[in-house]
Design a protein around this ligand. Structure first.
Ligand code: FRU
Length: 479
């Protein structure tokens, strides 16, 4: 079978990312329990401790000091007889302990919310009263706990969780992180034939103006049913208001968060320094996640992304910028001006920052490929105000019939366009115009080097900076 041919060709040859988190071995999906505590970023994740396919879902655990190097630890919350540990979140409680909320997915098909407590982030004790929030339904999941400060400064804890099949986010509030009271729901909205998963709610100031606060609901949608959308799973956002009980919005549609095929289940860290909103997503797609090579890890996290709201054409737009180290590495690199066409063979771990004036280049095309017949092509089409990204090639098609893809999205550019291409083994994340749009894709390159190729209609110049984030010493010392 074609899919097996591609896996045999690529298995073992897939280069492990150097500055994105991947588990040492086995299956991983959603980020869970993202929390900053004890001077470390804690990442828990949906993990199968026993194999490279989805199953035995447990919370794996990794930590980082710099959002660049990750150290994997023992499984934090293992599955048990009759119960898998599905996605959820963690917060730092007023007494300094970490409190996690996760979904208990019971073998009888019912799903409810449970809680566990930890002093150090490594050893967790589940509440003997679990599950603590149970509606007796089968798709009530993915609890995300956030804080809401009232006008008098008192903190209310708010739990968002989905009734996935109903395309609804349910809100419950609590004063003590123990007792929860239902306070309302949001949805359904947008396309039918999907489940809603992994909600989050983030407060952001528009253009850093603290007097203009909005709330951004993040959620992930996955097509289901007899004839599901072949584009598969993706993430969306809705900008609106939150009164501490329920989210409301005038939006009539969901807005896509990332235009690529491989960004899902993104949620933010609790207690991030400086009150920043830092989001991590899973770089795969339920449509073919089980078919990507297990090498021997299967599943990677995106770069951490800082979220902000900025006004574009009179509307607030969700911006996503990569973790700070990316900008620092590029700032150290020298900028050169290259004429198009331009081609270079370089390390498969690379950052490329491109700046160009569409008046001088016309349409600009950037392409990246390894030795396998799989390519990602990004075209900026200034006359249409659009970007088109295609993933194609015989090896891409052999991986899964829906792996080849084509996406088009708007990008308005006046004098200068900017594009940051982050390549880390099989992961390609692209940030346009400082984060106004992003697109994340897997690309199985099967080689330690790739070729980047630039061409343009008018042959105009492109200002280029390149950095190679070589495997530097982990400041955590691997401990
Ligand atoms: C999202 C999801 C969640 C669920 C978890 C199970 O990718 O389906 O809704 O909790 O994965 O692994």
């Amino acid at each position: 079978m074609a899919a097996h041919t591609a896996q045999q060709t690529l298995a073992g040859l897939v280069v492990r990312p150097a500055f994105h988190f991947t588990p040492r071995t086995n299956w991983m999906n959603d980020p869970n329990g993202l929390v900053y505590a004890h001077d470390r970023w804690h990442l828990y994740f949906q993990y199968n401790p026993e194999g490279s396919d989805w199953g035995n879902m447990s919370w794996g655990h990794a930590t980082s000091r710099d959002l660049r190097h990750w150290t994997e630890h023992e499984v934090a919350l293992p599955y048990r007889a009759g119960e898998q540990i599905f996605s959820g979140s963690a917060v730092v409680a007023p007494d300094g302990a970490l409190i996690a909320y996760y979904t208990s997915a019971y073998d009888d098909g019912h799903q409810a919310q449970s809680t566990a407590r930890s002093a150090d982030g490594h050893h967790w004790v589940s509440d003997p009263g679990n599950p603590v929030l149970d509606r007796g339904t089968s798709s009530f999941r993915d609890p995300k706990i956030i804080r809401h400060a009232g006008e008098d400064g008192t903190i209310t804890w708010v739990m968002l969780a989905v009734e996935a099949d109903d395309r609804q986010v349910l809100f419950h509030t609590s004063r003590d992180l123990v007792t929860w009271e239902y306070s309302g729901s949001y949805g359904p909205l947008g396309p039918e034939g999907v489940v809603w998963e992994c909600p989050d709610l983030v407060r952001l100031a528009v253009d850093d103006d603290e007097s203009d606060q909005r709330w951004v609901l993040l959620l992930s949608t996955n097509p289901v049913g007899a004839d599901p959308d072949p584009e598969g799973s993706s993430m969306s956002a809705v900008i609106g208001r939150f009164d501490g009980r329920v989210f409301t919005s005038d939006a009539e549609e969901l807005t896509r968060v990332d235009h690529g095929r491989d960004f899902y289940a993104g949620v933010t860290f609790d207690s991030a320094p400086g009150g920043r909103a830092v989001m991590l997503g899973w770089m795969s797609n339920w449509r073919y996640a089980a078919d990507v090579p297990a090498a021997p890890w299967r599943g990677a996290m995106s770069l951490p992304r800082q979220l902000s709201l900025r006004t574009l054409d009179g509307m607030p737009v969700l911006f996503q910028e990569p973790a700070e180290f990316v900008g620092s590495l590029l700032a150290e690199a020298e900028e050169t001006e290259v004429a198009t066409p331009w081609r270079a063979r370089h390390d498969v771990h690379a950052l490329l920052e491109l700046r160009w004036a569409p008046a001088q280049t016309g349409a600009l095309r950037y392409e990246v490929r390894g030795d396998a017949d799989a390519v990602i092509a990004v075209e900026h089409l200034p006359e249409f105000g659009e970007v088109r990204i295609t993933r194609s090639g015989a090896d891409a098609a052999a991986l899964h019939p829906d792996f080849p893809s084509s996406v088009v999205f708007p990008l308005s550019v006046s004098d200068e366009a900017r594009m940051l291409v982050v390549i880390d083994g099989p992961l390609v994340e692209i940030f346009f115009n400082g984060g106004e749009a992003t697109a994340s894709h897997l690309l199985f390159t099967d080689s330690p080097t790739v070729t980047s190729h630039l061409s343009s209609t008018f042959g105009g110049p492109v200002a280029l900076r390149m950095a190679r984030p070589a495997a530097a010493e982990n400041p955590e010392g691997g401990a």
